[in-house]
Design a protein around this ligand. Structure first.
Ligand code: FES
Length: 135
């Protein structure tokens, strides 16, 4: 987007992996640079870590998405799965997740995976995740 920022995606339901002792009511979001746009393959994903939170940066059909890089069924990386038509498939048991909403659209996973706001400025990709405030 010329001269501005392009915000893509939104965040979904709370994480099943929320650490004990984190007060999410006080959480704030800040965009953090995670990679360049050329780092992300077409119809593919890379894994980055922001504040100890693994995030899959995914490109599908020319759009970028940020989704937590942990399947909601078991603790495996979604970024290692196949990307197709706005979805990512978990490599272990084959559940598919909608990249825009995080919704599980195929069993055995039934719970969504959190998705996060993502934007591109020039060639840099930024993701906003809750800043965790320990209490
Ligand atoms: S671990 Fe992802 S579907 Fe089972």
């Amino acid at each position: 987007m010329p001269g501005g920022e392009d915000i893509i995606g939104s965040h979904a339901a709370c994480s099943p992996h929320r650490p004990v002792g984190v007060n999410m009511r006080r959480a704030k979001r800040e965009f953090v640079r995670v990679c360049t746009i050329s780092d992300v393959p077409d119809e593919g994903a890379i894994s980055v870590v922001v504040d100890d939170l693994p995030i899959a940066i995914v490109r599908s059909q020319g759009r970028l998405y940020a989704i937590e890089d942990v399947c909601s069924h078991e603790n495996v990386a979604l970024s290692e799965g196949d990307v197709e038509d706005g979805t990512i498939e978990c490599w272990l048991h084959g559940s598919r997740f909608d990249l825009a909403t995080g919704r599980a659209i195929g069993p055995p996973a039934t719970r969504p995976v959190p998705v996060y706001p993502i934007k591109v400025e020039d060639d840099d990709v930024y993701v906003a995740v809750p800043r965790r405030v320990r209490t």
